[in-house]
Design a protein around this ligand. Structure first.
Ligand SMILES: [Zn+2]
Length: 105
């Protein structure tokens, strides 16, 4: 199984599709489907029925999962979408930005 290259809380940049060029924070990772849910990206309208707490019902917008291969991690140091190198160190695996050579986590 391919491992998702990004994780929850990462800021990512969208490479392809309708949302190309936007960036946002990852809210959830769905590893089995290799998909991610990103705050404010790929918004889908959901129709809801009236409930006791929301008597009107109506339309709620929420982000839908998208393919993890369509996004690239944004390095917090150089603030650009960057390729990442994984390096092992005593505490586990560290992700290093290939652009500025600094650890991302
Ligand atoms: Zn960087």
């Amino acid at each position: 199984m391919a491992k998702v290259h990004v994780k929850k809380g990462d800021r990512v940049y969208v490479l392809t599709g309708e949302e190309r060029g936007k960036s946002g924070k990852i809210l959830r990772v769905l590893p089995k489907k290799n998909r991610v849910i990103i705050d404010g990206i790929n918004m889908m309208k959901k129709h809801t029925r009236p409930t006791p707490t929301n008597t009107q019902g109506g339309i709620i917008e929420s982000p839908a999962p998208m393919d993890a291969s369509k996004v690239m991690l944004v390095c917090p140091h150089c603030d650009k979408p960057s390729r990442v190198q994984r390096q092992r160190d005593p505490n586990g695996v560290v992700r290093i930005c290939k652009r500025c050579d600094r650890p991302i986590d």
